[in-house]
Design a protein around this ligand. Structure first.
Ligand code: DX5
Ligand code: ZN
Length: 217
């Protein structure tokens, strides 16, 4: 399966988001972290900024909503033009209904799990989503270390997706770098979010290419 690279603009310069979206124009998606000071102890940006990013981005946007009440707010990101909208299982009230609504609005639907959230209760939901995001750090901040303890969960998710004959992408987010991306790919991930590794690189296009090569095996 081809590896998709989604740099996280959490590590971009927030005063130069349009410039920094163009800097990752070689990537597959621009990963946009929405945080609300409630679901996670950090605050980033909301719908008005997201709408503008969707207008100026050279590549599709992958919204990662680390917010309370995603049932209420996630559809507005699909309406704003997100190619993919991922909400957290721990915050959603009716995840199947929400995933259906996102797809109806023309977006891909993603379900995210914190590192400590087990995948087993969500196996039956896989047919309703387009992507499962296995967080490989505690959500909230960039620059943290990849948690190897999440690898069995990635493996289990990939196994369940294959056994069911589904085309559900498995995304990893947090601590993804040249050092860790092969482990995540070996476990079955095919979409790789990287914030500090990409924006901290001297040559951003070269870093994206290197990550893609390593993940493709
Ligand atoms: C963290 C965010 C990530 C973050 C990853 O809660 O969801 O997308 O930007 O940053 P790095 O790649 O630096 O760990
Ligand atoms: Zn993220």
């Amino acid at each position: 399966m081809a590896a998709l690279i989604a740099p996280s603009i959490l590590s971009a310069d927030f005063a130069n988001l349009e410039r920094d979206l163009h800097a990752i124009g070689d990537a597959d998606y621009a990963h946009v972290d929405v945080m609300d000071y409630h679901f996670v102890p950090n605050l980033t940006l909301g719908l008005p900024v997201f709408e503008r990013l969707a207008k100026v981005s050279p590549i599709p946007l992958d919204a990662h909503l680390m917010i309370d009440e995603p049932d209420r707010w996630a559809p507005t990101y699909a309406e704003a033009g997100a190619a993919s909208v991922t909400f957290h299982a721990e915050a959603a009230t009716a995840p199947v209904r929400l995933a259906r609504e996102l797809r109806r609005l023309g977006s891909r639907a993603g379900l995210a799990l914190r590192p400590a959230t087990p995948v087993e209760p969500f196996i039956d939901l896989l047919a309703e989503i387009d992507m499962l995001l296995v967080m490989t750090v505690e959500p909230g901040f960039g620059g943290q270390s990849f948690i190897d303890g999440t690898l069995p969960k990635i493996r289990r998710a990939r196994q369940a997706v294959s056994e069911a004959g589904l085309d559900v992408w498995i995304q990893v987010d947090g601590g993804v770098s040249r050092e860790t991306i092969e482990r995540a790919a070996d476990a079955g991930a095919n979409v790789f979010v990287a914030g500090s590794a990409v924006y901290g690189a001297e040559d951003i296009p070269a870093e994206i290419a290197a990550l893609r090569d390593l993940a493709s095996g």
